[in-house]
Design a protein around this ligand. Structure first.
Ligand SMILES: NC(=O)c1ccc[n+]([C@@H]2O[C@H](COP(=O)([O-])OP(=O)(O)OC[C@H]3O[C@@H](n4cnc5c(N)ncnc54)[C@H](OP(=O)(O)O)[C@@H]3O)[C@@H](O)[C@H]2O)c1
Length: 285
């Protein structure tokens, strides 16, 4: 399976990761079924799992997704080769998503994630989103301090623009940027984030790569997408993932999955080459 070097580290991640969020939101699968999804992903060659403390139902359930991943990895006796990337900076009051990237909440969240992930150090800790009420540098200074203390090994950002990445870089090293990016939502190409990351040895992680948790079924109806899938004898989901992977060697995709069939299908996108003409046609969607 093709891999990508994470930022300026020597760690290699396979380019199709697992977005573990759907295993912990409303209508989630039961624990055994969720663990099977993660196991299938790992046995299929995947080694990068994206999670967050707030992948859960509400504030009484924070850490659900992290605990599930830790339990699965412990059951598999295989914790060393799997890269787990988590995030801090949001809250889930009564099931809502709110931003809190204050230094104190980031520290509290990181300490809880260490427990829930059952590890001494978090490989990649991502700022979930900049807090409009706090300068991003204040959040990043706290993450740099957590790194200094050995609680996290590498720092990533999420939901940011180029200016915010530059501000974060003025404080410390950043190895990854995770933004919403798919065939239908190309803002990170248009505003220069993907290019900036490529030029600065920062891995670009495309979240919601097949259209998003609530939109993927509707996106999947697109006519050109369906025609292209037919031509390549692939699923529409594979085409959406392969389009991102073919756009830049610096992109890692993290399709979500709550079913085994979804992640098995997505993993096949890794080796799907799309010719230049079709890349351009798809790019006009
Ligand atoms: N940083 C952020 O702010 C942020 C925001 C959103 C998401 N994320 C991350 O990005 C990951 C992916 O985003 P997402 O889950 O919202 O959206 P997504 O990956 O675009 O879509 C996920 C849904 O698409 C379906 N799917 C995916 N691949 C499929 C395939 N090959 N065949 C059939 N169905 C397929 C899955 O359905 P089934 O459930 O039926 O398997 C899954 O629930 C999340 O899990 C999370 O880790 C980050």
């Amino acid at each position: 399976m093709k891999s990508i070097k994470l930022g300026n580290t020597i760690i290699e991640a396979n380019r199709v990761g697992l977005g573990a969020m759907p295993l912990s939101l409303e209508n989630r699968p039961d624990e055994m079924a969720a663990m099977e999804v993660i196991r299938t992903f790992i046995e299929g060659g995947g080694n990068f799992i994206d999670t967050a403390n707030v992948y859960c139902i509400d504030d009484t359930d924070v850490g659900h997704n992290e605990k599930l991943i830790a339990k699965t990895l412990n059951c598999l006796n295989n914790t060393t080769n799997i890269i787990v990337a988590t995030k801090g900076g949001l809250r889930r009051p009564k099931g809502a998503w709110t931003v809190d990237a204050s230094p104190s909440w980031l520290r509290q969240s990181c300490d809880k994630s260490l427990v829930d992930l059952d590890c001494d150090s978090i490989f990649l800790y991502q700022l979930h989103a900049p807090d409009p009420d706090i300068p991003i540098t204040e959040s990043i200074v706290e993450l740099a301090q957590l790194k200094e203390e050995g609680k996290i090994l590498h720092i990533g950002l999420s939901n940011v623009d180029v200016e915010q990445i530059k501000l974060a870089l003025s404080v410390t090293d950043i190895v990854s940027v995770q933004n919403r990016c798919n065939l239908f939502e190309k803002k990170s190409f248009e505003n220069g984030v993907v290019e900036f990351c490529e030029l600065n040895e920062i891995t670009f992680i495309a979240h919601s790569p097949v259209g998003g948790h609530f939109q993927h079924q509707q996106r999947n109806q697109n006519l050109l997408l369906n025609k292209t899938a037919e031509k390549y004898q692939a699923s529409t989901y594979q085409i959406m993932l392969a389009w991102l992977l073919n756009k830049s060697p610096n992109i890692l995709v993290i399709p979500g999955a709550s079913k085994i069939t979804s992640i098995t299908d997505s993993l096949k996108a890794e080796n799907l080459e799309i010719n230049e003409t079709d890349m351009q046609l798809l790019g006009r969607i």
